[in-house]
Design a protein around this ligand. Structure first.
Ligand code: GLN
Length: 229
């Protein structure tokens, strides 16, 4: 889309709910670390955008097929994804953790034998669970969003789920009755992404804006706002 004066309005795809990175506040507006970084970067660089919260897997697909110009969704920078996306500099890092029901006695992967695990389509956590499911003898059920994945654990259809640690920790802090086990998998770095070879201008503005808001303190202010109590 374009504005009246002909300047471009970028469409940025994101997840539906991935607090504290993107979620709707009481007014229904999308807020969170990703949303506030995007807003600050756009202001710094003077570009316009609209956010399309379609879900994680759908957001990546939207960028791939050209329905969105970029994606910011707590998206991990991986070698595999670099075949399809160009990533910005990293702005956050997160481990994947295994979480279980509050009253569960599951503490390790061996305890998952013969049980079902909830995973979120297209995520690192899902890739990790799929990579160990045969070895540890568990099955998986996929969900498009984090809330439905957590719910499956809460109601007991699944005994565990795999989620990015900062997101799971935030949900627990908000009162979700799930507990995080000590099992963490290697960290990944989050980046803003565009389709490979496309929107180089947008990617450059994102990186420049990110560097500027890191230098002027705005970046830390945003992260603190959502992570410090
Ligand atoms: N960081 C994870 C990934 O990129 C999960 C992202 C998400 O669920 N929004 O796969």
């Amino acid at each position: 889309t374009d504005t009246k004066d002909g300047s471009k309005v970028y469409t940025i795809a994101t997840d539906t709910t991935f607090a504290p990175f993107e979620f709707q506040n009481a007014d229904g507006d999308y807020v969170g670390i990703d949303m506030d970084i995007l807003e600050a970067v756009a202001k710094d660089q003077g570009f316009e955008y609209e956010v399309n919260a379609v879900g994680f897997d759908a957001a990546l697909l939207a960028v791939e097929v050209g329905q969105a110009d970029g994606v910011i969704a707590g998206m991990s920078i991986t070698e595999e994804r670099k075949n399809k996306f160009d990533f910005s500099d990293s702005y956050y890092s997160a481990d994947v953790c295994m979480a279980v029901a509050e009253d569960s006695d599951i503490t390790k992967y061996e305890d998952l034998k013969g049980k079902n695990v909830a995973i979120k389509t297209g995520t690192n956590g899902a890739d990790f669970a799929n990579s160990i499911k045969d070895e540890y003898g568990f099955t998986t059920t996929e969900f498009a969003d984090s809330s439905n994945m957590y719910q499956d654990v809460q109601v007991g259809n699944s005994v565990a789920c795999f989620e990015d640690y900062p997101v799971m920790a935030y949900a627990v802090q908000q009162g979700l009755n799930i507990k995080i086990t000590d099992y963490r998998e290697a960290g990944s770095d989050y980046g803003f992404a565009v389709s490979k070879g496309e929107n180089a201008e947008l990617l450059k503005m994102f990186n420049e804006g990110l560097a500027n808001i890191k230098a002027n303190g705005k970046f830390d202010e945003i992260v603190d706002k959502y992570t410090k109590k």
